[in-house]
Design a protein around this ligand. Structure first.
Ligand code: NI
Length: 178
């Protein structure tokens, strides 16, 4: 098994919209396996393909029930509202309370090409929305309100000048990295 370096904030690959996977073959399965390994090593509970530099529509996650892979995901419906302290493996050591829909209906495919249809709320729903955003080239920083975003940009700008040293976990607040 191989692990990838996780692309970090500022990497242009994170701003690009990923492409549909036309054929779910052995290469896609191998990529999923390596992404799962990378996610566990990080550690995080979700990882999108472009976070490891692959411009394809697939993400992996594990919310405690074992690893899952979703190919070509789409959110077909979202309702309600839920606030969660959200972090991201591509923006390590930072998290913010972010308001998003509380429930989502996600469709996609598994690695055998079976159609999936999953209703998810709260935390799992949040993981789906966060990873879908990645696949559309959107980072959580863009989901912040105006004040949060100003603060985030200042921190990230300072960090670009003086990269993190030591143990970034020391900066973690609440929440999971998705
Ligand atoms: Ni993320």
């Amino acid at each position: 098994m191989t692990t990838f370096a996780i692309r970090q904030y500022g990497d242009p690959v994170l701003r690009q919209v990923t492409k549909v996977i036309e054929e779910i073959d052995g290469r896609v399965a191998k990529l999923a396996e390596d992404m799962i390994e990378t996610m566990y090593e990080a550690p995080g509970v979700g990882l999108a393909a472009n976070q490891v530099g692959v411009q394809r529509r697939m993400f992996v996650y594990d919310v405690g029930d074992g690893p899952m892979v979703i190919v070509n995901p789409t959110i077909v419906e979202s309702t309600g509202e839920w606030t969660y302290q959200e972090g991201c493996l591509s923006v390590p050591g930072l998290s913010w309370p972010i308001v998003r829909p509380g429930s989502v209906h996600l469709t996609g495919y598994d690695l055998d090409g079976n159609e999936l249809s999953i209703e998810a709320d709260e935390f799992v729903g949040r993981v789906f929305q966060h990873e879908l955003d990645h696949l559309d080239g959107i980072l959580l920083v863009e989901r912040l309100d105006e004040d949060q975003r100003r603060e985030a940009k200042a921190i990230l700008r300072a960090r670009a000048l003086e990269p993190l040293t030591g143990d970034p976990d020391g900066l973690h607040t609440l929440g999971e990295d998705l």
